[in-house]
Design a protein around this ligand. Sequence first.
Ligand SMILES: Nc1ncnc2c1ncn2[C@@H]1O[C@H](COP(=O)(O)OP(=O)(O)OP(=O)(O)O)[C@@H](O)[C@H]1O
Ligand SMILES: O=P(O)(O)OC[C@H]1O[C@H](OP(=O)(O)OP(=O)(O)O)[C@H](O)[C@@H]1O
Length: 222
Amino acid sequence: MDDKLVIALPKGRILDEAMPLVRAAGIEPEADFDNPKTRALRFSTNHPHIDIIRVRSFDVATFVAFGAAHLGIAGNDVLMEFDYPELYAPLDLGIGGCRLSVAEPVGLAEHDDPRRWSHVRIATKYPEVTRRFFAERGVQAECVKLNGAMELAPSLGLCSRIVDLVSTGSTLKANGLKEVEVIAQVTSRLIVNRAALKTRPVEMTGWIDAFRAACEATNAAA
Ligand SMILES: Nc1ncnc2c1ncn2[C@@H]1O[C@H](COP(=O)(O)OP(=O)(O)OP(=O)(O)O)[C@@H](O)[C@H]1O
Ligand SMILES: O=P(O)(O)OC[C@H]1O[C@H](OP(=O)(O)OP(=O)(O)O)[C@H](O)[C@@H]1O
């Protein structure tokens, strides 16, 4: 353990969108960060007191919630699923835009009304969000947890419905599925550990402000 400030970044698709903001906030990782062959997970930066770690997007929230990292970037899909009270999300970064939706086979959607369901079986990477969403309207959602390729579940008889992220809709279309309901709009957020915000307020608010300025500059240039 040391007193370095640790920033957790997701290694998946939003990293490409996040890095221009990280750099505009004044943080430049060591050269190895951009080496596709590197096995390193933790990287130094141009700031001797700041390191970057690169983890799966769901794990960004967990590292920051437990205080192993102090700041991070994660989609609100991930934040909703964990609902960690230790996390504070002060800034919408305006990247990673998509939506979390319910989908089912096109043929089924023709004569189906989700508002009439009383019980439903759903394949998803988001069982908590899904259960909460349906419970609010008195529907019992039985969730089968998958970590990807949810779109295969209906055609193979695992579950007729899925809850997954949708952006262009081309993944649903390619798998014969139709979006029937939107649960939430999704963008990526800057997240911070609440305890770190209390114990290192100057440093933490300084970086939140730097990310806010980076977002404003990016939006102004767009
Ligand atoms: N199609 C999409 N369009 C825009 N943003 C997306 C899309 N899919 C996912 N995202 C956003 O990017 C985040 C990471 O998604 P990604 O697909 O890279 O994760 P993953 O493949 O599930 O990653 P992992 O390998 O970490 O499990 C999501 O939590 C969401 O906020
Ligand atoms: O509406 P679209 O533009 O087709 O995007 C939706 C797809 O994007 C995400 O998957 P991703 O490509 O990240 O792959 P994954 O299955 O590894 O999560 C999501 O899980 C959908 O499958």
